[in-house]
Design a protein around this ligand. Structure first.
Ligand code: SF4
Length: 337
């Protein structure tokens, strides 16, 4: 009997709270609610983009997924096996690799490029670490004869990020988590690295979790998009559906902040105003109610569940009145935005 198809990654109700120091007794009983009840799935070969303002919890979520920090509550399943129960963190770390934003800090300045790429496979006793490193340098567009013996400080930011991508691939992962991996690059280099990531995904059958604040970049590379606000998921769906119509008012405001040269793509939604509330003491009910221009009394008292939009099982939003609140529906209903 064939095994039922399971998602490559399934996160269920993940929570991560960080204690903060305060009060006269040192470590107080206050916690930053960095990730608060997040659930999602990623299919094999898919790219899931994760977007949201700074401090929304997207980087903490990335670190939970690669096992760099432990979850406080919730489960992470990798191909149906539960992390910590059926598979160890060490086994997960081979299958799930991460590329960080800071290409320089990610590399050991004392190791040459080839040594850096070969380091992981050597520690994990994989076959032929050196040969693997040289082959991957070719794949990411760094000619081994020119770059293998160089040190990180001798490379540009784009070249260093190529090294970091090769380092991640050296472990033959199934999933690569890219945390703002192209954000620090010049636009022309960013485009080259994005194209490289697309090619590598196709060639090696990789699955990406792509975290970025740049909505244009996320649109280019992602199949689905997950939007986070103050530690929670507020909207998730296929990239085309979300870019055509944002169901959650937060997503709509986020998109309204996106610059566009195309007059047809300009939105009438006002951009997001004010700062996010304090994550130590998030607002009751819908966490966005303090900044939402559609908020009603129910929004302060009841937390909205993430629900599919009418007729779209794969596009979900967490808003009590998203059918009314979204700019699209307002326009349709003739309500002034
Ligand atoms: Fe705004 Fe209420 Fe929807 Fe939250 S639930 S986004 S406050 S309309």
């Amino acid at each position: 009997m064939s095994k039922p198809e399971v998602p490559l990654i399934a996160a269920q109700n993940l929570r991560k709270y960080f204690p903060v120091r305060g009060g006269p007794f040192g470590l107080g009983k206050q916690f930053v609610h960095a990730v608060d009840g997040v659930s999602f799935e990623v299919a094999a070969g898919e790219t899931l983009g994760i977007v949201g303002e700074s401090g929304c919890g997207k980087s903490t979520l990335a670190r939970l997924l690669v096992g760099l920090i432990a979850v406080d509550e919730g489960k992470i399943n990798f191909e149906g096996d539960e992390l910590g129960r059926d598979i160890s963190h060490q086994a997960l770390q081979r299958g799930v690799q991460m590329v960080f934003q800071d290409s320089y800090a990610s590399l050991n300045p004392r190791l040459t490029i080839a040594e850096s790429i070969a380091f992981g496979p050597k520690v994990q006793w994989l076959d032929d670490p050196q040969g693997r490193a040289l082959r991957l340098m070719e794949k990411v567009g760094l000619e081994p004869s020119r770059f293998a013996a160089r040190y990180p400080h001798e490379l540009s930011g784009g070249q260093r990020q190529r090294v970091n991508i090769a380092r991640a691939l050296a472990m033959s992962p199934r999933v690569v988590v890219l945390d703002e991996a192209v954000s620090a690059l010049d636009k022309s280099v960013e485009a080259q690295v994005l194209n490289l990531l697309s090619d590598l995904r196709d060639e090696f059958g990789l699955t990406y979790i792509f975290i970025s604040h740049d909505l244009n970049v996320v649109r280019y590379i992602s199949d689905r998009v997950l939007v986070m606000y103050l530690g929670e998921v507020v909207e998730v769906g296929p990239v085309d559906a979300i870019y055509a119509r944002q169901a959650h008012p937060y997503t709509a405001s986020l998109f309204a902040s996106m610059p566009s040269m195309d007059p047809d793509r300009r939105t009438k939604e006002p951009p997001l105003a004010g700062d996010p509330p304090n994550p130590i003491n998030p607002p009751s009910g819908c966490r966005f109610h303090t900044r939402c221009r559609f908020a009603e009394s129910i929004c302060q008292s009841k937390t909205p569940a993430l629900k599919p939009l009418l007729g779209q099982s794969d596009h979900m939003a967490a808003c009590h009145i998203h059918e009314v609140a979204s700019g699209h529906s307002l326009a349709r209903a003739g309500v002034p935005a």
